[in-house]
Ligand binder design. Structure first.
Ligand code: SER
Length: 317
């Protein structure tokens, strides 16, 4: 059996869907075990509930897992609907992963953090890596705690946990689910369907975002970097681009002058307003060579082309 088997938890989600494909091309299909709450035989996703500690341990042991990507979490907007539930899943899932990883001598764990860890009393432009973290959402609170636990397990148990703070992630291969940045994915689906897009954020709400390929590249790069290069053991800031709803809408309108957007800010506006507008990711650049490739124009070109294809191939989707 391959001695470097990889487990992806949350493989059916927005990022997991794309990450699994990339990992399979790098390490070979038989080395990558994709799992989620729901199975998907077409994508070779098996059932595994990260809250089931015994099941998780058995899976790791049986499949000789050496690396884990723990992507399962309740994001910012959905978490606010049921904070205690979101806390239990985000923290319970992480503890199960960390404890099982130590017990079965897993070599590396990837734990995504987020721009939602930021809150008051910090510069919202070019937000530095190391600032007071005072998030306003249960998602942000759980990820701050998670970052600290990641560092704790590294220091106390030598567990090689690596983490980046994802901005809003935008890709065509999967839908976003339960986040405050989801509008920047949904907008392309409205455009492809010739619908007027109702944006749940106000027009000038600028947020850090990243194109999916850059997000996946950062994830692979930090996991492949030599251990000694990972100097930050909480989480690295990661930047791709920054834009507001009106800016992305006008990029779309350059390519489709008929595209229309209206603004109906809801509870997610307050969450977005508490987050940085842009991120200083110089530590990631310095320590493990991070450099994004895609800007807003690239992103809009690719997203419009690819999302339209989804609706041409399958008009009922
Ligand atoms: N995309 C996430 C959210 O909006 C941020 O990490 O919740």
């Amino acid at each position: 059996m391959n001695q470097h088997n990889i487990l992806v938890i949350g493989a059916g989600g927005q990022i997991g869907t794309v990450l699994v494909e990339k990992l399979r091309t790098i390490y070979g299909s038989s080395a990558v075990f994709a799992t989620d709450l729901k199975e998907n035989p077409d994508k070779h996703i098996q059932i595994l509930d990260v809250m089931d500690r015994e099941g998780l341990e058995k899976f790791i042991d049986k499949n000789k897992i050496r690396e884990i990507y723990h992507l399962a979490a309740i994001l910012s907007a959905r978490g606010e609907q049921n904070p205690k539930w979101a806390w239990d899943i985000n923290m319970g899932g992480l503890f199960n992963v960390l404890e099982s990883a130590v017990k079965y001598k897993v070599e590396k764990v990837f734990y995504p953090s987020t721009i939602a860890v930021f809150g008051k009393h910090i510069p919202l432009e070019n937000t530095p890596n190391h600032v007071p973290l005072t998030p306003a959402t249960v998602y942000g609170i759980s990820k701050v705690a998670g970052e600290l636990w990641a560092e704790y397990y590294f220091n106390k148990h030598g567990l090689d946990v690596r983490s980046v703070r994802y901005p809003g992630v935008i890709g065509y291969q999967s839908l976003a689910g339960g986040g405050t940045t989801d509008y920047a994915v949904d907008i392309f689906h409205a455009e492809a369907k010739n619908e007027v897009f109702e944006c749940f954020l106000a027009q000038n709400t600028k947020l850090p975002m990243i194109y999916m390929d850059d997000c996946i590249q950062a994830t692979i790069d930090i996991m492949r970097a030599p251990t000694e290069n990972i100097k930050c053991r909480t989480s690295y800031n990661l930047a791709g681009m920054s834009f507001s709803p009106v800016e992305i809408a006008s990029e779309i309108q350059k390519r489709n002058p008929n595209f229309k957007i209206v603004y109906q800010p809801d509870f997610r506006q307050a969450i977005a307003a508490s987050w940085p507008q842009s991120i200083d990711d110089s530590e990631a650049r310095k320590d493990w060579g991070w450099k994004p490739k895609y800007d807003l124009a690239d992103l809009v070109d690719i997203m419009m082309t690819e999302v339209r294809k989804l609706y041409t191939t399958n008009p009922n989707s």
